[in-house]
Design a protein around this ligand. Structure first.
Ligand SMILES: [Zn+2]
Length: 687
């Protein structure tokens, strides 16, 4: 599924898209680590600590070392840590609700229970799925076979938006950067099977291996669906994707909100990308020709060239492959296993598929997320947790406001704008006030691929219908059962889904220090995104507007430049961290931690914190934060993240920000010679 809008997530924890796939053999039971809070009122999991490491040398391993050593990555995971364990727990709770819905004797057609129950039954009906092979895609593949001209191709590219396949570029609606009260249609680059353009273009031998496996995968998928001369088609598809990769902007370029802001009318983009039949594109999409925000103009221009010059037979093969790849998890094991083998085993290093019921829950989360979310919240989220978290948020906002007041490097004019933006942040906790209306979505127990297609069409029509209209400020861009959080610069809002508000992030029964280190740092992180290198370019109303004086801008860049250099100095698997790609998240982590610490002090109202489990309040704040981020990675997954993930690997999300915060030095008496020590002049403070 697309990432439809510009949002900044707390953690890129879960495989976002097509990664889940069925398998014919019965699933192997996977031991699930327990995530009950330890029986301690500190909220710290002391058994996970490694006392052979000094916190002054490595805070992360001191707080997590034994847990890291004793917790293997399950065979069906590419990494394993707090967020994924929480997600597994949530999935188990949701499964019970879904199964209960599917077993209800009386499920009136069109009711929530019918839709939820039948989606699940369709996903679990492997006998039917096996018997169908790739036949559910017969009509779609025939539609592609009928493409004979560049005009047909443009129409099909429009049509592919309705299936959420969206190749070679994707369309969606989003609040307009220039007027955030109105939705505008956006065109953004897409078109690749592998995770990033680097996988196609890099001279690194590792990527050459992936490219060889990729061509094999394409050939096998096409051959499985009866495409003739699959080997030569695969070679041509790989060549076409390489040309598409070459036109793509890098992830760092795409982080620039100004360069990706290119509003154009129909004549503008007809002129930019001649030879592409835009009217046919909109016809295929089922939407009127419209003003568009074009994120990467040179990419769209390049695609128009390819539409004109690449043979239609190559395009047909490319589109067929993408349809097969997109729907493979819902096809027979032959296709699902092939997809797992490439996307999960080869690219992420995962040995085994997840149990089918988990893949069903993941698919339902993507396709009818708020239907399940509503059931989840009614069963598992109470008003007390919401009230406690709102109190934390209040202290975080107050602490951030004070931090802005104390910034010695910022002029009064910029400071006033920053404070105004803070006062306009919308806070969303738990679940949406108004649930999405799925009444027009038809779900059947005997038609899995049809369910997925109708859910994509439903989502597409929702985007088409609202384009040009007013922005729905109540919309949630994550479901309540998502173990994550986000900041959206276009609506200036921070959102914390119900599923995140659990130990080790939040424990209503624990001493406040760990809660400020855990969810408090998370709240601070999201608020800080309003002021990171990208978010700072939007104002409090979500409009892209430069409210900085030239001098303040220069000072900000000087500070963030120092942070880029700090992170780029570290290597993982002999690859340097990309300090530019991760800058926004690193600012979020650093400023979030600093402001959460300040909020913790505010919450004490001048009273001293007790010593619990042998640690002071300040120590527990940092230890609570560190235990949130404990996580083991497979090498392939880590390598992928170095190229694609705007977040730094978890140990750096703990140790680098801490080493910049004076309170950490005081809490643990860190001295010159300790490995985490940085001289005061080298510590970066941004917010
Ligand atoms: Zn973030």
């Amino acid at each position: 599924m697309f990432n439809r809008l510009v949002i900044v997530a707390f953690a890129a924890v879960l495989a976002a898209c097509a990664g889940s796939t069925p398998k014919s053999a019965p699933p192997v039971p996977v031991p699930t680590a327990t995530l009950a809070p330890p029986p301690l009122n500190s909220g710290l999991d002391l058994a996970g600590f490694d006392r052979s490491v000094r916190p002054q040398d490595d805070l992360y391993r001191f707080a997590a070392g034994t847990w890291l050593a004793k917790t293997p990555i399950p065979a069906d995971r590419s990494s394993y840590g707090s967020f994924i364990i929480l997600d597994e727990q949530v999935q188990e709770e949701i499964k019970q609700l879904i199964v209960a819905a599917s077993e209800k004797p009386n499920r009136p057609l069109g009711s929530d229970a019918q839709k939820v129950g039948d989606f699940y039954l369709a996903y679990m009906d492997t006998a039917r799925i096996e018997s169908l092979g790739s036949r559910p895609l017969k009509d779609e593949l025939a539609r592609i076979d009928a493409i004979a001209t560049p005009r047909d191709l443009a129409r099909y590219i429009g049509h592919s938006q309705r299936l959420a396949v969206g190749q070679p570029f994707k369309w969606f609606s989003s609040p307009d950067k220039a007027n955030s009260t109105v939705y505008v249609g956006v065109l953004s680059q897409n078109g690749l099977t592998m995770p990033d353009r680097d996988y196609y273009l890099s001279s690194d031998a590792k990527y050459a291996q992936f490219r060889a496996k990729f061509a094999e995968y394409v050939e096998q998928m096409l051959a499985g669906a009866g495409v003739r001369e699959a080997k030569s088609a695969a070679t041509r598809i790989a060549a076409l994707e390489t040309r598409i990769a070459d036109y793509q902007w890098t992830k760092v370029q795409n982080r620039d909100p100004v360069k990706t802001h290119n509003p154009m009318t129909l004549p503008d983009y007809q002129k930019l990308a001649p030879g592409f039949d835009w009217l046919a594109f909109f016809e295929g999409m089922g939407a009127p020709a419209q003003r568009l925000e074009i994120n990467q103009p040179s990419f769209i221009k390049g695609i128009a060239q390819l539409v004109k010059t690449v043979p239609m037979s190559d395009w047909r093969a490319y589109l067929k492959f993408h349809v097969l790849d997109s729907f493979a998890p819902a096809l027979s094991a032959q296709f699902a296993d092939l997809q797992f083998g490439f996307r999960e085993k080869t690219l992420n290093g995962v040995p085994e598929q997840r149990p089918r019921w988990r893949r069903a829950v993941e698919s339902m989360d993507r396709n009818i997320g708020e239907l399940i979310g509503r059931m989840f919240v009614e069963a598992h989220f109470g008003p007390e947790a919401k009230a406690r978290v709102l109190e934390l948020v209040g202290n975080l906002l107050e602490a951030f406001d004070r931090s802005i007041d104390e910034l010695e490097w910022m002029s009064a004019a910029t400071r006033a704008e920053a404070k105004e933006k803070l006062s306009k942040i919308t806070v969303k906790i738990g679940y949406p006030d108004k649930w999405r209306d799925y009444s027009t979505l038809n779900v059947r127990s005997d038609d899995l691929v049809g369910n997925l297609m109708r859910a994509s069409e439903f989502e597409h029509q929702r985007h088409v219908a609202r384009t040009g209209g007013p922005v729905d400020k109540g919309e949630w861009l994550m479901t309540p059962q998502t173990v994550n959080a986000y900041y959206s610069p276009l609506t200036n809002e921070i959102t914390f889904p119900a599923a995140l508000l659990r130990w080790p992030l939040f424990d209503a029964d624990a001493d406040p220090a760990v809660n400020y280190g855990g969810i408090g740092s998370g709240i601070g992180h999201e608020i800080s995104h309003a002021y990171d290198d990208s978010g700072r370019q939007y104002d409090g109303d979500g409009n892209l507007r430069d409210w900085w004086t030239a001098d303040d801008r220069a000072k900000f860049k000087q500070r963030t430049g120092a942070l880029v250099r700090q992170f780029s100095d570290y290597t993982v698997l002999e690859h340097p961290l990309n300090g530019e790609l991760t800058l926004g998240e690193n600012i979020g982590d650093l400023s979030g931690m600093a402001v959460a610490y300040k909020a913790y002090k505010i919450s004490l109202r001048g009273k001293p914190a007790p010593v619990i489990d042998g640690f002071t309040g300040d120590q527990r704040f940092f230890l609570g934060l560190a235990q949130v981020w404990r996580r083991n990675y497979r090498d392939a997954e880590l390598l992928k993240r170095l190229v694609t993930d705007p977040h730094s690997p978890n140990e750096f999300r703990v140790n680098v920000p801490s080493s910049n915060i004076d309170a950490f030095y005081d809490a643990f008496d860190v001295k010159p010679g300790d490995r985490m020590y940085r001289p005061p002049a080298e510590r970066v403070k941004i917010w």
